[in-house]
Design a protein. Structure first.
Length: 597
């Protein structure tokens, strides 16, 4: 039998590696910008065209590369970050695998222009599909200029699975935010199709957070700072009143690297226990400084999953640090034992001092009706009142049979509300129990969907317009769903800097927080994906229905319950909400009889 095991060509091996490292245009932006940060750049510009499909360009003023390094950087596992295996436990750079650039050039066409400060001329290198096409000297500034074009041009199956431009641009902004939030000393700028989206000048961490997510964050941030022998924790958490159900900005960074950590997330949530409603979260920006030997970042190619040696200890420190920040914000008055030079106030001593209980006095013969009632008025009221009742019969008339039946119907309502949550009504097969909130969600969802399809809505003008502010990534998604929001009855006016004025809202939404409503509607839509038009309609309609539906605990009279039940059974699906939750159930008559045996 002939041998069947053989080495894969480098081009195939690089494409396999690209499947893990380069998943979408945002992955290219992340890898290239992190390389620029490692190169010591002070200014980094990112330019994308068609959300990275056509081209991605990253320009920095770092130390650049020599002619040999520029050629070698595109080889697999070629890196300047580590030299031996022990270096993996003392990492101080973002990249170290040597997989990013080979993965990028395996699925795109790349042009690199780079020059070091000590060299008079630089190098221009062109590579397409892992094949070097040309390398020549060129005049260019100090630093590196990467231009990636036609991503996945040679892997059509991967290119076909890319989402819409709005979704991919949103992913680029998300990856960009994770880098800029940990490098406030670097000047970043991002352009999409020639339009400036972010221009973040160097400054403090607090200013960087405000520049990325809006001025409203400045008043909601509480500083977190603790320094121990195990780790150093710094950053900011939001005040309890900044909590939201969705769309919160939660960031963990360790040694300048973004990470996802559900265990540490639970520590922050637990620190806000009983301070925010259940199901709501506060934003946080937490930065850990840990000895490189105590963590392992070499778990996944995306490097967002990190193992800690002292995980439980750090969990306790993190929760204590967040609680300390909350306590300082609350400004709880402390006991002051320094009484020197302060005035003395007399105190009551029950042993040496006696206080007599006051004895009330009253006139037992006092009658306000006898003493203050005018005599003339009394005569006028009392005299002749019997004549008013002369025409009335001595015995009350009996009601007709139909009226008596109506009275019985009123005293025995058709529906019964249980604990302000459920509507209970008798049916032929037993007892039907309906969740009033979920029933109203289904009713309103189908109503809003019908309005979106027919483009017939009733808007209510705001007497005092409110301002809602978005981050750059949310603003990109808003541009796509803005026509659908207007079709639902919302009217938003662009005020610049990703701020919008709420001029009108759909009728029937009185009493809601309109700013939070729009933010959560957008967050729900982003979470489900900016797919086709029907998916956007469904997401917006469901989010609006959840906010406008009858809340659990609201008392309903029999007529309101009757209307709710009738509208529910007029829907296309009476059993489940649009997100698949049960609306009603029936307790069979035979089970009731068995329970009462």
């Amino acid at each position: 039998m002939s041998d069947v095991v053989q080495l894969l060509p480098d081009s195939v091996a690089n494409q396999i590696a690209a499947g893990e490292v380069i998943q979408r245009p945002a992955s290219v932006v992340k890898e290239l910008v992190e390389n620029s940060v490692d190169a010591g750049a002070k200014t980094i510009r990112v330019l994308v065209v068609d959300a990275g499909r056509t081209s991605i360009q990253v320009i920095d003023d770092g130390k650049g590369m020599s002619e040999t390094d520029a050629r070698l950087a595109f080889e697999r596992h070629a890196t300047s970050k580590i030299r031996k295996a022990d270096d993996l436990f003392a990492l101080s750079t973002m990249g170290f695998r040597g997989e990013a650039l080979p993965s990028v050039v395996a699925v795109s066409q790349v042009e690199l222009r780079t020059r070091q400060e000590e060299n008079e001329i630089g190098t221009c290198l062109r590579i397409s599909g892992s094949k070097v096409e040309s390398q020549e000297p060129v005049s260019c500034p100090v630093g590196s200029n990467f231009k990636v074009e036609n991503l996945f041009y040679n892997v059509p199956a991967r290119r076909k699975f890319l989402k819409s431009n709005a979704t991919e641009l949103n992913n680029i902004l998300t990856a960009f935010e994770r880098i800029v939030l940990v490098n406030p000393e670097i000047h970043f700028s991002l352009y999409s199709n020639g339009q400036e989206m972010l221009n973040l000048k160097s400054g403090t961490l607090r200013q960087r957070i405000v520049d990325v997510f809006g001025k409203r964050f400045n008043q909601d941030l509480l500083e977190v700072k603790v320094d121990t022998a195990v780790c150093k924790i710094s950053g900011f958490v939001g005040k309890p009143e900044s909590a939201k159900k969705k769309g919160t900005h939660d960031f963990f960074f360790v040694n300048g690297r973004f990470m996802k950590h559900a265990y540490f997330h639970k520590a922050v949530i637990q620190a806000f226990d009983r301070l925010v409603p259940v199901g709501m979260q506060v934003p946080y920006f937490i930065y850990f400084e840990v000895a490189p030997a105590d963590i392992d970042v070499n778990i996944h190619p995306t490097k967002t999953e990190i193992k800690f040696e002292n995980e439980q200890t750090i969990w306790q420190i993190l929760m204590a640090a967040v609680r300390d920040a909350i306590g300082r914000f609350c400004e709880i008055p402390q006991i002051d034992f320094d009484t020197e030079g302060k005035p003395e106030f007399p105190t009551f001593n029950p042993i040496t001092q006696r206080v007599d209980i006051p004895q009330p006095s009253y006139n037992p013969s006092y009658n306000p009706f006898k003493q203050h009632q005018p005599a003339e008025r009394a005569k006028k009221v009392i005299g002749g009142w019997e004549k008013l009742y002369d025409q009335l019969p001595e015995q009350p008339q009996e009601l007709p049979m139909e009226m008596e039946m109506f009275e019985v119907e009123e005293k025995s309502p058709v529906h019964y509300q249980y604990k302000g949550k459920y509507i209970m009504t008798a049916v032929k097969s037993g007892l039907m129990i309906i969740d009033q909130y979920r029933a109203d969600v289904r009713i309103r969802y189908e109503r809003y969907m019908a309005q979106l399809e027919s483009q017939s809505v009733n808007s209510q003008r705001m007497l005092f317009p409110e301002v809602v502010q978005f981050s750059a990534s949310d603003a990109v998604a808003l541009e796509k769903v803005l026509p659908e929001l207007q079709a639902m009855g919302f009217e938003l006016t662009d005020l610049g800097q990703y701020s919008y004025g709420i001029q009108a809202i759909p009728a029937g939404l009185d009493g809601l927080n309109y700013v939070q409503l729009i933010q959560e509607m957008l967050s729900d839509t982003i979470e489900k994906g900016l797919g086709d038009l029907h998916d956007i309609h469904s997401s917006l309609a469901l989010s609006l229905a959840r906010h406008a539906a009858i809340p659990q605990g609201q008392i309903l009279n029999n007529e309101e319950m009757e209307n709710l039940v009738n509208e529910l059974f007029a829907c296309s699906n009476v059993n489940y909400t649009p997100d698949g939750k049960a609306i009603l159930c029936i307790l069979p008559q035979r089970e009731i009889e068995q329970l009462l045996r």
